[in-house]
Write a protein that binds this ligand. Structure first.
Ligand code: SF4
Length: 356
């Protein structure tokens, strides 16, 4: 079962145009260190100390932001680990380099802390494709179903759910619910939902029709050609990729699981189907391995390159500096909404703790 938001494609086209315009307007620093980026880095380091702030960056942000997070005692991680790091840090301010739902999640888990972001305009096609009104109506119409939503959703959609999961834990949660005989609503990523349904054998699972515009670009036939060109390479794919790509993968997993696979698997070469930002951490953790980006059609990305999330690309040293200097781009979530969205998030964190 799938719901299709007819406006999705035109809305994404408008979003892409918006992101391009934003990148043209906002000064960007390049990923190769230069005098300007060094100046920003030094100023940001000083401000982080002065403001008792810590920087957490997602794997899909630029290498310069990821390295800065590491150098300053922050963290580079997937969205689950980013959320947990915030709860464990003693810093009063958490600066989240990522997209809007990550900042909101940090605020929900840390309502007493100040959450800043380099930009509040960076969002996600999955979040955009799951508006709360339509989604709540769908849930009401299927009220005998347990509602499981991916972390890439708004605070409002989280508050309407029973479980919030990330790609690192989604399979285990759905497997558990299926073993309890529960019927499930899954939202918003259809590719991840289809993959989970196939893996768990969940029979009664209604899947929302959302997609990540970055992962949807990975192309099956070109990947097949690439595998023939590099027969000894293993294909590592994020489950937001289309099923035909996942079927060619030697390993399917979250960003953290992909990095772990590159470190632990015996192959020397990997074809990677996820955002190219992950290469910073993969190369750092597995320096002796050769990494190749899986082929894309290139339409979901900005002009910078293929397989780059346009919204993640809106984070820069310049707007990070501005946010810290002026305490601007603060993430605010209504207290009552925070409490409601906290329940399904806490359920995921408790589930994870019980697994350990
Ligand atoms: S890569 Fe895809 S899922 Fe991740 S933030 Fe960008 S649009 Fe959303």
């Amino acid at each position: 079962m799938a719901l299709l938001n007819k406006n999705t494609e035109s809305e994404f086209a408008a979003e892409r145009a918006f992101v391009k315009d934003y990148l043209d307007r906002v000064p960007q620093t390049c990923s190769q260190p230069d005098a300007k980026s060094k100046e920003y880095r030094d100023k940001i380091k000083k401000l982080l100390v002065e403001r008792n702030a810590v920087l957490v960056a997602h794997y899909y942000t630029s290498p310069e932001l990821q390295s800065l997070a590491e150098e300053t005692g922050g963290m580079v991680a997937d969205s689950l680990e980013m959320a947990r790091f915030g709860t464990q840090s003693s810093a009063g301010t958490i600066v989240v380099a990522g997209v809007k739902f990550m900042g909101e999640t940090a605020k929900i888990l840390n309502p007493e802390k100040t959450i800043l972001m380099p930009t509040l305009e960076a969002t996600c096609s999955l979040d955009l494709g799951c508006p709360v009104d339509t989604f709540a109506q769908f849930c009401d119409e299927n009220s005998d179903h347990e509602v499981v939503v991916y972390a890439n959703t708004s605070a409002e959609v989280k508050a309407r759910s029973d479980w919030v999961v990330t790609s690192a834990i989604a399979l285990d949660v759905v497997d558990f619910l299926t073993s309890q005989g529960k019927a499930i609503i899954w939202a918003p990523d259809k590719h991840l939902g289809n993959y989970i349904q196939k893996q768990t054998g969940a029979e009664d699972m209604l899947i929302w029709d959302g997609a990540c515009i970055v992962h949807e670009e990975f192309k099956t036939r070109a990947l097949d050609d690439m595998r023939h060109l590099h027969p000894n390479a293993a294909v590592l794919a994020h489950p937001e990729s289309p099923m035909a790509v996942l079927e060619q993968a030697d390993m399917v997993g979250s960003t953290t699981q992909i990095i772990k696979a590159a470190c632990e698997r015996p192959e020397k070469m990997f074809i990677v189907a996820t955002d190219a930002g992950i290469f910073y951490k993969m190369q750092q953790m597995a320096p002796d391995k050769e990494l190749i980006l899986a082929p894309t059609a290139g339409e979901g990305a900005t002009c910078r390159s293929c397989a780059n999330c346009p919204w993640m690309g809106m984070n820069s040293l310049a707007n990070l500096y501005d946010s810290l200097l002026n305490s601007s781009h603060e993430v605010l979530v209504d207290a009552e909404l925070c409490e409601k969205a906290m329940l399904p998030l806490q359920r995921m964190l408790d589930f994870r703790k019980n697994q350990a």
